[in-house]
Design a protein around this ligand. Structure first.
Ligand code: UTP
Length: 474
């Protein structure tokens, strides 16, 4: 089989004929799979990616730094403030969960390169005592909602070509971590080709395959719509969808008060933030800029603006995004039916490549540009955005880096999970002896009301824990 003339012309037009360097050595099967990859590539997107690289090279991609002067943090609702508004929101969120109006989307398509773990991040054992995986904890929380409110939270799991097979196999073997599979929907995000950082051309990672990478968590809106996921949620009666990341075992996407604030404020999109304390923290901030609520990436923020403080000592732009969002279903449907695409972002990364003699090289420094869309770029498209501030000790323990790293490592996550468990047990009168690891079973403990019942049951004599244990609700 030879390559179709149309495809050959297309490659020539884009200056990419070099991709055929090994065509002569390929079997019929390999040729056919290579041609089908070539046909699937959206060449207008490739052009957009290359234009972005050129813009960056010519330094035309700089954001107008002056306009950041006028940026400010929008009003944030504090979660757990226990005032009239927060209690009203709590009640409204509980009603929505009890009515089965809430669905969830888990972002599990990332390659997790920094963590360097074999396999999808969700399969990483993270809990302090039972060594349950990130999937166990996050799915457990949805089981706890079912136990408390009597309704399943339909869950759509976004995978990518980097994680799809292994995620499905793992979850099947793990019996979907106890979730009813009728309420699970898998969908796979798209890929975008990587571009060689020197030549600015596409490149191969095997003789019959162009190097690609997942198109970022922002690929969610398009992939969910195209896979039929939005209709699936609609059939399940969902009106609000929450999205969350696979690498934060303290995440509370189905927090009733958060959901209630979102519903009562009639927002298209609501988002959880934690206070950014140090200007150097590598976290995007929610800010209002030129009348538009948006997330400004840390790398785009000039240092003097990032360090600007309010009279009360807080950073002026303090609302650090933790990537937990609530969406009105209609908003996602409107986005899906419009021709709107989210902007591309560029990242300089290490991507394995085939050298001239056809050997696969694992680079030891960044050699390529990858392109991603970010979910938070939906924010400027939302008619109304609500920002909810949470205490990071209650909802943010990200796992990004390998063991031994100073921040966001398995050790820092363990510390946060243990401190969380000890604090909540203490709040219901259960003391934990120093140096002991305790774990709260995510699947049976929804909140402190469950812990209160455990404290009253006398399961721990004198309400004292002096050995490592998983605390479960009956
Ligand atoms: P990160 O931006 O931390 O990326 O993802 P990552 O792939 O997990 O890790 P690094 O940067 O390679 O070390 C944040 C969340 O977004 C998801 C991830 O699975 C994680 O839950 N994500 C990221 C996707 O679902 N798809 C993507 O293309 C990228």
């Amino acid at each position: 089989m030879s390559l179709s003339p149309a495809m050959l012309n297309l490659l020539k037009k884009h200056g990419e004929e070099h991709l055929l360097a090994h065509w002569g050595t390929l079997s019929e099967k390999e040729r056919s799979s290579f041609e089908s990859q070539l046909m699937q590539i959206d060449w207008s997107e490739v052009t957009a990616c290359k234009n972005l690289v050129a813009k960056q090279r010519d330094n035309k991609h700089t954001i107008d730094r002056l306009h950041f002067d006028s940026a400010f943090t929008p009003t944030c609702h504090k979660l757990g403030a226990e005032n009239t508004s927060s209690l009203k929101a709590l009640k409204r969120g509980q009603e929505a969960l009890a009515a089965g109006h809430v669905g969830a989307i888990l972002m599990a398509g990332g390659q997790g390169t920094r963590l360097g773990f074999e396999g999808p991040k969700g399969t990483f054992p993270i809990t302090t005592v039972s060594k349950g995986t990130l999937f166990d904890v996050l799915f457990g929380q949805l089981r706890a909602v079912k136990k408390r409110f009597g309704h399943n939270v339909p869950l759509a799991i976004m995978t990518s070509s980097a994680t799809d097979n292994q995620t499905r196999e793992f979850l099947k073997a793990a019996n979907f971590c106890g979730l009813n599979s009728d309420f699970l929907f898998f969908f796979c995000q798209g890929n975008l080709p990587a571009v060689d950082a020197t030549t600015h051309k596409l490149f191969l990672d095997s003789c019959d395959h162009i190097a690609v990478a997942p198109d970022g968590h922002g690929g969610m809106s398009q992939a969910l719509a195209e896979s039929g996921g939005l209709e699936w949620f609609q059939q399940h009666g969902c009106r609000t969808l929450v999205s969350f990341q696979v690498d934060n075992p303290l995440a509370k996407p189905v927090d009733p008060e958060f959901i209630g604030q979102h519903i009562l404020s009639r927002s298209s999109l609501s988002t959880q933030v934690v206070p950014k304390l140090d200007p150097d923290e590598r976290v995007g901030v929610v800010a209002e800029l030129n009348g538009v609520t948006q997330i400004i990436e840390y790398s785009d923020l000039p240092p003097n603006i990032a360090a600007d403080r309010l009279p009360n000592g807080r950073l002026k732009l303090f609302a650090g995004s933790i990537a937990i969002h609530a969406f009105d279903m209609r908003f996602l449907q409107d986005i899906a039916s419009s021709s709107q695409t989210l902007p591309l972002h560029i990242a300089h990364k290490k991507v394995p490549f085939l050298n001239e003699s056809g050997c696969l090289i694992q680079p030891n420094k960044p050699n390529a540009f990858k392109f991603e869309r970010f979910i938070f770029d939906l924010m400027p498209l939302a008619e109304k955005v609500t920002v909810v501030e949470i205490d990071p000790k209650e909802g943010f323990a990200p796992l990004k880096n390998p063991s031994g790293a100073r921040t966001d490592s398995p050790e820092t996550v363990h510390k946060s999970l243990n401190a969380y468990a000890i604090r909540h047990l203490k709040s219901v009168g259960i003391e934990v002896a120093p140096g002991i690891n305790v774990e709260l079973d995510a699947a049976s403990i929804f909140d402190d009301d469950d812990l209160q019942i455990i404290a009253q049951s006398g399961v721990f004599p004198k309400n004292h824990i002096d050995e490592s244990v998983v605390v479960r609700s009956p």
